[in-house]
Ligand binder design. Structure first.
Ligand code: SF4
Length: 349
């Protein structure tokens, strides 16, 4: 259950419909109301966990205290031990970060951009290096020490401040390698009518998709940041997913023989995910792989993988698959008109 405790806000984030000048009706929930409503939904089987965020009307510490009070009621009075994702507000103090890490299963704070100047362009009152990043790192250290598996998350607004994918993923890679960040979200900018950035161009949603795919390569496929296939302009190619782009630039590593390639190399084949690679390695010990049908059965996307694999020395496809862009309809609704939905990005994840 996602709750925005109040949509009143004194900040002027340029992409947000509930920024201080936004023409939206404002409302606020007391901590008691958040806790009671959630517990009713939870007991009725309608909500398994809580995601709690808030606007910032006035002092950030006061809004953060109200959020912490709601979770404290859930934990202490209601005895609720389930999932709570608590959004840290910009300007929260260190003691509040500690309290959030103690009470919540997951803590997040939106970094918005990979550098201080980018963040100022998006959200003039937010301070990346003096506030957002140190708070995320503090929360990450606390959750890591407490061995809470969900750890921290963050979100970037992609596009209008001119940042590069290389900068975003460089920061993400550093935080994830230090286990201060579990994973990152990327939000392709869409101008919202009535906001300070309503005249800016929308970011193609396919860029958001490519960032997610590249982050998965770092976190689940054993790729190092230096291996990500950035174009000379510092962004990921849009036509191919990053794994395919990397494979096409490293022809010397392919094709791989299905019957012999180690798990770590199979993971680098486009169309082979961690589960398929593991199943393939297990299955080939027990039975003979006869052809593409057997590979499909273990989860390999043979249309994408065929060019990069051989079976008994014969390549399974004569050429790489056509560009993946066709496979992802996300890439199509990219020149849409400005959004009219009055929901701020921080209310999503
Ligand atoms: S993004 Fe959050 S902090 Fe910024 S204006 Fe919107 S509600 Fe306020």
């Amino acid at each position: 259950m996602r709750v925005m405790q109040t949509n009143a806000c004194s900040l002027s984030c340029g992409y947000c419909p509930t920024f201080c000048g936004g023409k939206v009706k404002r409302t606020a929930l007391q901590p008691e109301e958040v806790a009671t409503t959630f517990m009713e939904a939870h007991r009725a089987g309608l909500a398994q966990g809580l995601f709690l965020t808030s606007g910032i009307p006035g002092k950030p510490a006061r809004a953060m205290d109200r959020m912490l009070a709601a979770v404290d009621i859930l934990r202490r009075r209601e005895g609720y031990g389930g999932y709570v994702h608590l959004k840290l507000l910009p300007g929260a103090d260190s003691a509040q970060v500690e309290e959030a890490a103690r009470l919540a299963s997951r803590v997040s704070i939106n970094l918005e951009g990979p550098g201080a100047a980018y963040v100022r362009r998006l959200a003039p009152e937010k301070d990346l290096s003096g506030d957002l990043l140190p708070k995320l790192e503090q929360a990450g250290r606390l959750l890591r020490e407490a061995r809470k598996p969900a750890l921290t998350t963050t979100q970037f607004v992609v596009g209008p401040s001119g940042e590069k994918d290389r900068e975003i993923l460089g920061l993400v890679a550093r935080l994830e390698s230090e286990r201060l960040l579990h994973h990152a979200h990327f939000s392709a900018f869409q101008p919202v009518v009535g906001t300070p950035m309503e005249g800016e161009r929308a970011t193609p949603a396919v860029r958001e998709l490519r960032l997610y795919q590249a982050e998965h390569l770092l976190r689940q496929y054993g790729f190092r940041f230096e291996e990500l296939p950035f174009d000379p302009d510092g962004n990921l190619p849009l036509d191919d997913d990053p794994k395919t782009a990397w494979a096409l630039r490293h022809a010397e590593q392919f094709p791989l023989e299905v019957r012999a390639a180690p798990y770590e190399l199979l993971l680098r084949v486009p169309g082979v995910g961690p589960k398929a690679a593991l199943t393939l390695v297990r299955e080939r010990r027990k039975c003979v792989i006869r052809g593409a049908e057997d590979l499909r059965r273990v989860g390999v996307d043979t249309a994408r993988a065929g060019y990069f694999l051989t079976l008994r020395g014969r390549r399974l496809a004569p050429a790489p698959a056509a560009h993946q862009l066709r496979l992802f309809p996300h890439g199509q609704h990219l020149t849409q008109a400005p959004w009219r939905t009055p929901v701020p990005p921080c209310a999503f994840r």
